[in-house]
Design a protein around this ligand. Sequence first.
Ligand code: SUG
Length: 416
Amino acid sequence: MSMVEINFDGIVGPSHNYAGLSLGNIASASHAGEPSYPRAAALQGVAKMRGNLARLGVQGFLLPLPRPNVGLQKAFALDGTELPQLRAAAWSASSMWTANAATVSPAPDTADGRCHLTPANLVTMPHRAQECQDTKAQLSLAFGDTRHFVIHDAVPPSFGDEGAANHMRLCESHDAPGVEVFVYGRTGGRFPARQHEQASRIVARAHGLNPQRTVFIEQNPDAIAAGAFHNDVVAVANGPVLFTHAESFADQQGAYDAIRAAFPALEVVEVPSSAVTVQEAIRTYLFNAQLLTLPDGTMALIVPDECQDSPSVWGWCEDMVAGNGPIRSVIPVDVRQSMANGGGPACLRLRVVCDPATVDPRFLLDDTKADLIERVIANNWPEQIDPSDLGSPRLTTAVIAARSALLDALDLGQLG
Ligand code: SUG
């Protein structure tokens, strides 16, 4: 097989919970304190992977990181008097959102002809900043073949880097040279702007991107204030297509012009505010979709079920499919457990364009492995977690044992 796009989904960890840790993420705030269902969450994720495996013939995954994070618990000097959010941070299963694992520049885009990955430092939120070292270790294993991959160190603080969630790639085909678009926010608004311009520029230089084929654009501060904490909440790109809300960028037309100057074949599919308000787009995660090129060359949009429940969003999708634009089908998936923490179908995957034969096969899915993963989840993942359970010795034992069972089943004990 030659170079293809592989989606590496994060398997939802056994400590998945709703602690309301992400300021500016409306779903996380509004579900804070509710019980979570880690087993159902992880099975929803595997079902999504199975669907895409059937559609595309290739699918990868990344494993949950060790939780509770004992190092972080020590660093926070927890003694029972701390804020509950600090206690919860060490339990966060947030590494499931692998769109935030790294920024990826495929081999055709880089000066040395290798695929470059920079783990995201995620410094804006303490529960996410703890992911970076373990993520780097895992990426170094999955993409350990240094003839084909380069794994960088994360961008140093205090420049915030959120990885692929603020990065898009336009190309004629996945294996052709692309134009990489970095989308950053400007600080000073009501909610944190997590992606800093200088972090984006550091990643672009480290990856050896051609400046003529690299574009930096600013997120719309009003969209961040409305809850678009990452660019991928309001825009997604695939091949030559940019699917975006009309209020995604600080200068919407200027953004299209800048991208088109580097990539004249750009096809914009814009959803106007009159059809879907930015608030409704954020509530339903219409744009946090996987825009896939199917084997027959057409494009499908994998959206959360919530889109189908929204008359304005679903009406717009039906009209789009009835027209003659590049996106020919819209397929809803149930990822409600992840959605309640602000993570839709696109948050749950990291896209890597490469030859699957160059990836450590332990990270690639097939039907037999999907059966195995489902069995381990069904037998080991807690059915329910109430926020007050976090820290209990019983849950600690259960969560550690569940992850170990998965690592053992997949022969990945070395991530222990
Ligand atoms: O960083 N939620 C994640 C959601 C990440 C979504 N990713 C992308 N858009 N690519 C975040 O805000 C919630 C955790 C909590 O509240 O317990 C959380 O971290």
